[in-house]
Design a protein around this ligand. Structure first.
Ligand SMILES: C[S@@+](CC[C@H](N)C(=O)[O-])C[C@H]1O[C@@H](n2cnc3c(N)ncnc32)[C@H](O)[C@@H]1O
Length: 521
C-alpha cells in the first residue's frame, strides 16, 4: 500500500515537472509573440501545498522560469488568462488560484482581476463547488480590453437603472463583470441562469484581448471545446498537450458533530475596544465567529487604534493575525470562523486581501475549508474601461478541527440562488443582493441632531445563512469588527447569544437600533 502511494506521488510530481518543462520549452522560442495566452493550469500538487515560500522545491524555480518566458512571449498589448482551481485534499482547501496569482505578480505580471466562472463542477466539499477561477494578467497598462465585444445585456433598463443611476445606462449593454454567468430574462425577471461552456470562456478571453489574424496560445483540458472555439472564431491557436490529473478533490469523510454548549456570563454586549485582545471571552466558549475586517488603507472609521487605515500592509496583517489568534483561543472545538473580505486595485495591481488574511488565519492554526463567493448581482461599474465591474467578494470559511465541526446541511432547501436546475446540495457561490452600500441606501440613525451612518455593511442574509449552518439556538456568536451590528442583530433575531467588539462608540446607537428594529439590510 505504502509503495503504491509513494509511486503515485512520484508519478504526480513527474507529471507536474513535465508539464511545466513542456510549457517552458514552448515559450522559450523568442521569435513568437502572442497577443493572448489562455492556459488551464493542471493542479500542481507539489507546489505551495506545504511551504509555498520554500525554494527547495524544484518546481518552484521552474515556475519562475515559465512566467518569465510567457512574459517575454506576450506582445506589449497582450494578456494572460489562467484557469486555476483551488483543491481540497486531506480535509483542507489549498488556495491554489491565490497562490498562482501572487506568484505571477512576483514575476512581473500586472494582476488585473480574478474572474469567477460559475461552473457545474462535480467536486463536493461541505458546500458543492460551483466555480472555477480565471486569473487575468497583463504585461503593462497598455493591454487591449475590447469591452464592447463582451458587454452583458441589461436585464431591464428601468429595473436596474432607475433613479440616479439612469445617466450611466449604456444602450450597448452593461460593463462585463468579473463573475461570469449568462442569464435569460423577461421584463426584469430572470428566467434562467446558464453557466458558460469552456468554448464560451475561450471566446470571451479572445474577444477581450485579441483580433483575428493575431497569434494566440490556448491549452485546455477539453480539446473538443478548443476545436469548436477555433472553428467558430475562424482562427487556429498554438497549443500543446499537458497531463491533467483526474480530480484532486477528495470525497467528504463522515463527521461526528457534537456540540458542547458552554456557559458564558458575558453575553449580549458590545465592547468598545480593540478585538486584538478579547479577554472578556473565555477559552473555547464561542460556537461561531462571523466578521468583515476593515479593508487595508481604504476607509477611515474615525478612531485611534483602528486596524487598516494608517497601517502598512504588513502591520495590517500582523494586527489581524492577533485577532485571529484570539478567535482561535475563544472558539470551541466544533466552532468555525467566517471572514468576508474583498480585493483592491493598488498601483494598477489587484491586491487579494483574502489571500493575506487566509495565510495569517492558517498561521494561527485554522483550517481553510472553503472559499465562498458572495455574488452581488447588481453593482455600479466602478472599475473604468480597462477592467471588469467588481461583482463579488470572498467569504473564507475556517474550522478549528479538520472533521469535528458543526455544519447543518439541512438548511439547503431554503437556499435557491440560481435558476439552473435542481440543487443537489448547498453551493459555494451565494447570490445575495446588497441593499446597503454603494448600490443601496445608507443606514443611518440620528442622535441629538447628529447623523450616524455606516457604509461598509454586509447583508443580513449572508450572516443568516452562516448562523443557521454553523450554530444552534443559544450558542454564542461573536463579531470582532461589529460595525453597524449586522452579525449581532441577526444572531439576536435567531435566538443566539452574541458579543461584539467595535472601536467606534458612535456606532452603539446604530447597533441598539438594529437590535430592536425589523428592518432587514
Ligand atoms: C467593515 S466594518 C464592519 C461592518 C459590519 N460587518 C456591518 O455589517 O456593519 C469594520 C469595522 O471594524 C471597526 N474596527 C476597526 N479596527 C478595529 C479594532 N481594532 N477593533 C474593533 N473594531 C475595529 C471599524 O470601526 C468598522 O466599523
Amino acid at each position: 500500500m505504502m509503495i503504491i502511494l509513494l509511486l503515485y506521488l512520484t508519478m504526480e510530481k513527474n507529471n507536474d515537472l513535465q508539464n511545466i518543462q513542456k510549457l517552458i520549452g514552448h515559450f522559450s522560442k523568442h521569435d513568437q509573440k502572442y497577443q493572448c495566452v489562455i492556459l488551464e493550469l493542471p493542479i500542481i500538487e507539489t507546489i505551495f501545498s506545504s511551504d509555498r515560500k520554500s525554494n527547495n522545491n524544484p518546481i518552484y524555480g521552474n515556475l519562475d522560469e515559465l512566467w518569465s518566458n510567457i512574459l517575454s512571449a506576450i506582445t506589449e498589448t497582450g494578456s494572460l488568462w489562467i484557469i486555476a482551481d483551488d483543491y481540497y485534499n486531506n480535509e483542507k482547501l489549498t488556495k491554489f488560484s491565490f497562490n498562482i496569482a501572487s506568484h505571477l505578480k512576483k514575476n512581473g505580471f500586472l494582476l488585473r482581476n480574478m474572474i469567477i466562472w460559475y461552473n457545474l463542477q462535480k467536486q463536493s466539499r461541505d458546500l458543492l463547488t460551483r466555480y472555477r477561477t480565471i486569473i487575468f494578467c497583463a504585461k503593462n497598462m497598455n493591454y487591449r480590453f475590447n469591452l464592447d465585444l463582451v458587454r452583458e445585456p441589461h436585464i431591464w433598463k428601468d429595473y436596474e437603472w432607475g433613479g440616479g443611476r439612469r445617466s450611466r445606462y449604456n444602450p450597448k449593454g452593461k460593463n462585463p463583470s468579473n463573475l461570469w454567468i449568462k442569464t435569460k430574462s423577461k421584463k426584469g425577471k430572470i428566467l434562467e441562469h446558464l453557466p458558460l461552456s469552456t468554448e464560451e470562456v475561450l471566446e470571451r478571453c479572445f474577444l477581450l484581448s485579441a483580433k483575428k489574424g493575431e497569434d494566440v496560445f490556448v491549452s485546455v483540458k477539453d480539446g473538443t471545446s478548443l476545436k469548436s472555439f477555433e472553428k467558430k472564431i475562424g482562427i487556429s491557436c498554438d497549443t500543446i498537450k499537458l497531463h491533467y490529473p483526474d480530480g484532486m478533490d477528495q470525497s467528504l469523510t463522515k463527521r461526528t458533530t457534537s456540540l458542547n454548549h458552554v456557559k458564558n456570563s458575558t453575553v449580549n454586549k458590545i465592547f468598545n475596544k480593540s478585538s486584538e485582545n478579547m479577554k472578556e471571552i473565555k477559552n473555547n466558549s464561542v460556537q461561531l465567529i462571523i466578521t468583515s475586517p476593515p479593508y487595508w488603507g481604504l476607509r477611515n472609521y474615525q478612531t485611534t487604534n483602528q486596524i487598516g487605515f494608517s497601517d502598512t500592509y504588513e502591520e495590517y496583517l500582523d494586527r489581524l493575525e492577533a485577532v485571529w489568534s484570539e478567535c482561535y483561543r475563544t472558539l470551541s472545538k466544533s466552532g468555525s470562523l467566517w471572514i468576508n473580505i474583498g480585493k483592491r486595485i493598488i498601483k494598477e495591481n489587484m491586491l487579494l486581501l483574502a489571500d493575506g488574511v487566509a495565510e495569517r488565519a492558517e498561521k494561527v492554526g485554522f483550517i481553510l475549508k472553503d472559499i465562498i463567493i458572495w455574488h452581488k448581482p447588481v453593482s455600479v461599474p466602478t472599475s473604468g474601461k480597462a477592467n471588469f465591474t467588481d461583482r463579488y467578494e470572498h467569504v473564507l470559511f475556517f474550522t478549528k478541527d479538520k472533521r469535528n465541526y458543526y455544519l447543518n446541511r439541512e438548511i439547503k432547501d431554503q437556499i435557491n440562488d440560481y435558476l439552473d436546475g435542481p440543487l443537489p446540495n448547498l453551493l459555494n457561490v451565494w447570490r445575495i443582493h446588497r441593499r446597503i452600500g454603494n448600490i443601496g441606501k445608507k443606514i443611518m440613525v440620528s442622535k441629538a441632531g447628529k447623523k450616524i451612518e455606516h457604509t461598509a455593511i454586509y447583508p443580513d442574509e449572508l450572516v443568516r445563512r452562516i448562523i443557521e449552518l454553523c450554530s444552534q439556538k443559544n450558542d454564542l456568536v461573536v463579531d470582532p469588527f461589529t460595525g453597524s451590528g449586522t452579525t449581532v442583530s441577526t444572531a439576536n433575531k435567531l435566538g443566539r447569544k452574541w458579543i461584539g467588539y467595535e472601536l467606534n462608540t458612535s456606532y452603539n446607537e446604530l447597533i441598539s437600533w438594529r437590535l430592536k428594529s425589523d428592518v432587514i439590510v
